[in-house]
Design a binder for this molecule. Structure first.
Ligand code: HSE
Length: 453
């Protein structure tokens, strides 16, 4: 007979003939949920060896348990009632992969209340209700694992919570949405239109159910809120993160960006400025030689700079069934190991103890300073350029380059200007004046340029 150990309320045999068992329950058998079942089946032995215990998927709940998922699942473990998992005393880890705000939030809170560890990929829920869920979990001494909520397979959560724990994070810049990155890549490299490429992304299955969440940057803002709270150990209010999506990016701007030596990416930029943090998400021109400019298709990446570590670059698939399932398992095994040791809370859920979490001080967008690209749509007449540059000068905006190409047909022509660093507030005021000029025929396009990467 082997040693005995207290193990989730009952005794298990260690070093005995029988392998210890840890029961888990899955809520949500969609794309990622199916990937989790598939990965457990595919790498069962390997997972057992690494864990030193057997993971038993005791129950799977979904509103639809009849559609084929392309994998073998015993009917006896399927249920349409999530409470069969939440109230099962043998299940110690609940995996929430149903997505959406409700009933996901209610289920997670119930799991926590019942003393179960939770693993989730639900960034929208965590970004919105994290300030309710995390303190509740700390109070009950259970884990909330959320590696799969940001960057798909990329271990960004663990990197921030554990690997770079002793660093001040000077900056964290990410490409966090595969759909946007796929669209921008295809628009750049294949000169395809926005709508055509969005359809392709949806067919490939990495767009959200509502693609507005992707293309308007909402999905990125959810991920950014999570990442910032870990990087700075503070609560982040979603609405305070400046947000612009990619719907206004045109082929014309992509072509001008190329000519200027840039590629356009939807970047989430977090930067420490004294005791405050700059947090903004918008299409950004970055030098075509930078690592982030070469993260293409549906790939995600994070470029972090710690005060001790210096630059760290993480790259991988930010979405998809198996890459995301891989991240889910990283959390399942973390919690399973805690279950086996009878411990929890070794690593604080959001980097520091919940009781020490304060609101983060975010810098208002008006006070941000960066470089800019403008595309003016103007009538080709004498004096237009000087009028525009005059207004820019009056607002302390200094020009770095100007492109104007002769056009044979009548009608508006594009004038492209790039600037040195200027203040966002000055830029907005200047563009407001410029857009009122009689010679300006369309709203000026503004894209920020980042050289400080
Ligand atoms: N819709 C997301 C993306 C999926 O395109 O990156 C993963 O969060």
């Amino acid at each position: 007979m082997g040693r005995q150990a207290a193990f989730y309320g009952f005794s298990v045999e260690i070093e005995g003939e029988k392998m210890k068992k840890i029961s888990i329950g899955l809520i949500g058998l969609g794309n990622i949920g199916t990937g989790v079942v598939k990965l457990l089946q595919q790498n069962e032995k390997l997972i057992e060896q690494k864990l030193g215990a057997k993971l038993v998927l005791k129950k799977i709940a979904d509103i639809n348990i009849t559609s084929p998922r392309g994998i073998k699942i015993s009917k006896s473990i399927l249920t349409t009632n999530a409470r069969e998992i939440l109230n099962d005393p043998e299940i110690s880890i609940v995996i929430e992969l149903m997505g959406g705000y409700e009933p996901a939030r209610t289920f997670v809170l119930e799991a926590v209340k019942n003393g179960k560890h939770v693993v989730t990929a639900n960034k929208a829920m965590l970004a919105t209700y994290g300030n309710e869920i995390f303190p509740a979990a700390q109070k009950k001494s259970v884990d909330i694992g959320f590696e799969a909520s940001v960057g798909g397979t990329i271990p960004i959560i663990k990197t921030l919570k554990e690997s770079l724990v002793a660093n001040k994070i000077n900056s964290i810049i990410g490409i966090m949405n595969g759909t946007c990155n796929f669209i921008l890549t295809k628009m750049t490299d294949e000169a395809k239109s926005f709508d055509v490429v969005l359809k392709e992304a949806q067919q490939l299955g990495f767009a959200e159910a509502d693609p507005t969440f992707d293309i308007e940057g909402i999905d990125t803002s959810h991920k950014m809120a999570i990442v910032l709270s870990l990087a700075y150990g503070k609560k982040v209010n979603l609405k305070d993160i400046y947000l612009e999506g990619i719907t206004k990016i045109s082929g014309e701007d992509i072509a001008f960006a190329k000519e200027l030596g840039y590629r356009i990416k939807l970047l989430a930029i977090g930067r420490l400025r004294g005791d405050a943090v700059e947090a903004r998400i918008h299409p950004t021109m970055i030098s075509s030689g930078h690592l982030l400019a070469n993260v293409n298709r549906n790939y995600n990446a994070f470029h972090l700079v710690g005060d001790a570590s210096g630059p760290v670059f993480l790259f991988g698939q930010g979405a998809g069934m198996m890459p995301t399932a891989s991240a889910v398992f990283s959390d399942i095994l973390d919690s399973a190991r805690n279950v086996m040791k009878g411990i929890a809370g070794r690593v604080p859920l959001r980097s520091i103890n919940e009781t020490g979490m304060k609101d983060i001080k975010l810098i208002p967008m008006d006070n941000i300073e960066t470089k800019y690209y403008f595309r003016f749509s103007v009538l080709d007449r004498p004096g237009v350029l000087s009028k525009i540059s005059g207004i820019l000068g009056e607002h302390n905006i200094s020009l770095a380059s100007v492109i104007q190409k002769a056009q044979e047909e009548a009608g508006p022509v594009p004038i492209v200007m790039t600037t040195y660093k200027a203040k966002e507030k000055d830029v907005r005021q200047a563009l407001k004046k410029i857009d009122k000029l009689e010679v300006v025929r369309d709203k000026t396009v503004l894209i920020r340029i980042e050289d400080e990467l």
